[in-house]
Design a protein around this ligand. Structure first.
Ligand code: DQA
Length: 149
């Protein structure tokens, strides 16, 4: 059986992981997380495509691309756009590929403006608060998804 294609989309400031507020986001870089995902993906039969952009429209385009590429699932850490972007909400609703919302931190334990998630309104589910492990947990959940789950 061929590998399940999983898109991993990362929004603004996540290119700064490792240097950015390590007490909140940890010391691993996005490259480290990509390597962890690729390794776990090999075990689970998933091939990972990882993107990061600081621009909202790129994330919209990659959600559409995930559909066109026949992706099995998308892991989306939209960073601060999570809390502001109706364009991302609409983009998730414009595709049938399941999207799993991912966060390193747990936004619900933080400032009030992080308690709203437009992404979460359309996502299949959310994994937050486990640092870099959130991505691995989300990958496990993504691979386990079936068309009727
Ligand atoms: C984040 C949480 C967001 O509130 C924040 O804006 C980020 C990172 C996380 O992974 O914990 O940029 O998505």
């Amino acid at each position: 059986m061929s590998d399940k294609l999983v898109y991993v989309l990362n929004g603004p400031n996540l290119n700064r992981l490792g240097k950015r507020e390590p007490a909140i986001y940890g010391s691993q870089t996005l490259d480290d997380i990509g390597a962890m995902l690729a390794e776990r993906g090999r075990l689970l039969g998933a091939s990972i495509v990882l993107f990061q952009s600081n621009h909202e429209g790129d994330l919209v385009d990659w959600l559409h691309e995930a559909q066109d590429a026949g992706a099995h699932a998308v892991l989306l850490n939209a960073g601060a756009y999570t809390h502001t972007s109706i364009a991302l909400l609409d983009a998730i609703r414009s595709i049938t590929v399941p999207v799993i919302e991912v966060h390193l931190s747990n936004p619900h334990t933080r400032e009030g403006f992080r308690h709203t998630s437009w992404v979460g309104m359309a996502a299949k589910g959310t994994i937050a608060g486990f640092g870099a492990q959130s991505y691995l947990l989300a990958l496990e959940a993504a691979v386990a998804l079936t068309t009727d789950s």
